[in-house]
Ligand binder design. Structure first.
Ligand SMILES: [Zn+2]
Length: 280
């Protein structure tokens, strides 16, 4: 199938009261493991790339691979730039053929976040591209205060104003998660999530899913989280699987053999996460 827009997949997820995983991939194999699993499970998926990984693969090459693999399957696949840092990087992804964007200027003050996000939304909507914004501080999991301190969490009134003034199609919010590996058990502010969900009518997104207890994630999916970003966990797992296969010493010492041997364990891992968020 041709690529779909993330917002259309998210609307479908919202109707189904389910959650789509936005996976951060970084090369042909990491994209293929995800799309093949999505097809086997018939669970829609959003393929993403983190701008920092552009040194590994240009955005246009990543887009071409995703588009080609999506064409070969029936399950809906969207292609989104993860954490676009500014207008120029988003435009690079637009030229590369991405169907959906995230602009993350959440580290700036509210007014500046509104201004830069609205500028991206205006241009992207003119091109038929949907946009995810971010409001509140989803920080770094190695700093406990980044996720345990409620001062940085998204406020309900701010979320309403942000959506109205920017026109974003989906919104990443801060309710107690952070990026990377947590140094202590995170506790999601589900009451706040419920309030934001009731007050707004667009799909909500949770970043920093790696390491959040499953019961908390499932509760969040029932309260309006329709997209879970999964980046660190996927990268850690692919490293661990490779390491284990090498240490077991059963494969020929060739990178091509290693990648082929990684296929099944990586797909099984992706399957587990997809089924958790999209139960049949
Ligand atoms: Zn993120």
């Amino acid at each position: 199938m041709a690529l779909e827009r993330a917002v259309d997949i998210l609307k479908y997820a919202d109707e189904q009261k389910k959650c789509v995983i936005g996976f951060d991939a970084f090369d042909y194999n990491s994209v293929k493991w995800i799309i093949d699993t999505a097809e086997e499970e018939q669970i829609p998926v959003i393929m993403m790339i983190y701008p920092g990984d552009r040194t590994l693969i240009p955005l246009s090459t990543f887009a071409a691979i995703t588009k080609d693999l999506a064409k070969k399957v029936k399950v809906p696949v969207a292609l989104m730039l993860d954490h676009g840092p500014n207008f120029d990087t988003v435009m690079e992804a637009v030229r590369g053929g991405f169907t959906s964007m995230m602009i993350d200027t959440s580290h700036l003050d509210f007014e500046e976040n509104v201004r830069q996000t609205a500028e991206v939304v205006k241009t992207c909507h003119g091109l038929g591209i949907d946009v995810e914004g971010e409001l509140g501080h989803v920080g770094i999991a190695s700093r406990e205060s980044d996720y345990a301190d409620a001062d940085g969490y998204t406020k309900v009134a701010d979320a309403l104003e942000f959506i109205e003034r920017t026109g974003v199609d989906s919104l990443a919010i801060a309710i107690g998660t952070a990026h990377g590996a947590y140094v202590s058990k995170p506790h999601l502010d589900l009451t706040r999530l419920d309030e934001i969900n009731r007050a707004t009518d667009i799909p909500l997104v949770l970043h920093g899913g790696t390491g959040v207890p499953e019961d908390q994630l499932k509760a969040a999916f029932g309260l309006g989280i329709n997209k879970l970003n999964y980046a660190t966990g996927y990268k850690l797992k692919s490293f661990d699987v490779a390491k284990e296969l090498v240490e077991r010493g059963e494969i020929r010492p060739r990178l091509s053999d290693l990648l082929m041997a990684m296929n099944q364990p990586m797909k099984d891992f992706v399957r587990g996460i997809m089924r958790m968020a999209w139960p049949k």
